[in-house]
Ligand binder design. Structure first.
Ligand SMILES: N[C@@H](CCC(=O)N[C@@H](CS)C(=O)NCC(=O)O)C(=O)O
Length: 240
């Protein structure tokens, strides 16, 4: 019997996006659950870290998008997302970690701190008392994280400069080839896509990304992969 997967999926999270896109690309079936409320306590108790994404595979809780994807790769067939060659794997890891640990904090800044972006956030938590309290809790937590990590100690123009430099780097990395490592997508591409989608939803990030043809084409290509995966799955389930 196929392993049963429960995915604690917080829709706006770029790390949940990354894992969701890979589950879909690999054609792995899963049950999606809300990670807030009592499930947040379960994730903290069993996963120890208390962050999403978290996934249960046959009842075993796994956390951290990178570890989750390595485990999915080990246990499921479908198109590989970890390169077989050691040098490619190292480059994939470096690019993935750059997206996860560098771009992410800039996205957080433009979503949670920058005045235009921060107006949008309460809507994701809803108007209930629990929703409003959860929003306040995460709002304080994220400001503390961004101060500790350093982005929130920079003047706004400095963060803007950082993001502009990252966007130029992404365009140049993608200029000669369709995906970061060449002709096919790997984990680093899904990590980058998650952060780009997150950034593009913020007003400032969206404006800075607009008109970067290489990046738009990459996003369209990545979106096409999941559409292709979905249609080949449908074809397999409903042979014509
Ligand atoms: N390195 C982790 C990062 C996960 C992460 O930072 N998730 C955020 C949501 S986007 C979170 O759960 N934040 C809540 C917290 O820090 O307590 C991964 O790749 O899964």
């Amino acid at each position: 019997m196929a392993p049963q997967i429960v995915f604690y999926d917080w829709a706006p999270s770029p790390f949940c996006f990354k894992v969701r896109a890979i589950l879909d690309y690999k054609g792995i079936a899963y049950k999606k659950v809300n990670p807030l409320g009592t499930n947040a306590l379960k994730i903290r108790r069993e996963g120890k870290v208390g962050k999403v994404p978290a996934i249960e595979i046959d009842g075993e809780m796994l956390i951290d998008s990178t570890d989750i994807v390595y485990e999915l790769e080990r246990r499921f067939s479908g198109p590989p997302v970890i390169p077989a060659d050691a040098n490619d794997r190292a480059r994939c890891h470096a690019l993935e970690d750059w997206a996860d640990e560098s771009l992410y904090f800039i996205g957080l800044y433009y979503q949670w701190i920058e005045p235009e972006g921060r107006k949008m956030v309460p809507f994701a938590f809803g108007k209930s008392l629990m929703g409003r309290l959860t929003y306040q809790y995460y709002s304080r937590l994220i400001a503390r994280q961004l101060r500790g990590q350093g982005t929130l100690r920079k003047p706004a123009e400095h963060v803007h400069r950082d993001l502009t430099r990252h966007i130029e780097a992404i365009s140049s990395l993608l200029a000669p080839q369709p995906f970061l490592l060449g002709e096919r997508p790997y984990l680093c591409d899904f990590a980058l896509l998650g952060q780009l989608v997150y950034l593009a939803r913020t007003p400032v990030g969206g404006r800075l990304l607009a008109g970067h043809g290489q990046i738009d084409a990459f996003r369209a290509r990545m979106k096409g992969l999941n559409a292709m995966a979905a249609s080949s799955k449908e074809g397999a389930e409903h042979p014509r």
